[in-house]
Design a protein around this ligand. Structure first.
Ligand SMILES: [Zn+2]
Length: 95
């Protein structure tokens, strides 16, 4: 399973500098009109995930509470979390 010594991995450092992502800064925007969103989906299961979903919650605490309650009633232990946030791109933020 570990493939850290994979000799087939091409060296990519030669292409560094051709991309200009650093010219943009992307900042989280605290927007009182848009609450952050957190969702957890239960991915416990052998052939099929349980797929129970919390729906959109607005604090990490609510998310943890939903997971704890689902785990307490089902014993399920694996969850996938999705976090929603508003970002703003700021072109020209580099030095
Ligand atoms: Zn479940």
């Amino acid at each position: 399973m570990p493939d850290a010594a994979n000799p087939a991995t091409p060296a990519r450092s030669a292409t560094r500098g051709r991309y200009r992502f650093r010219e943009y800064r992307v900042a989280a925007v605290p927007d009182p009109m848009t609450l952050p969103g957190y969702e957890a989906v239960c991915v416990t299961g052998e052939e099929h995930d349980c797929a129970a979903a919390s729906g959109t919650l607005h604090t990490p605490g609510e998310l943890t509470r939903w997971i704890a309650e689902h785990c307490a009633t089902t014993g399920h232990e694996l969850y996938e979390q999705t976090t929603r946030a508003i970002l703003r791109a700021e072109p020209g933020a580099w030095q």
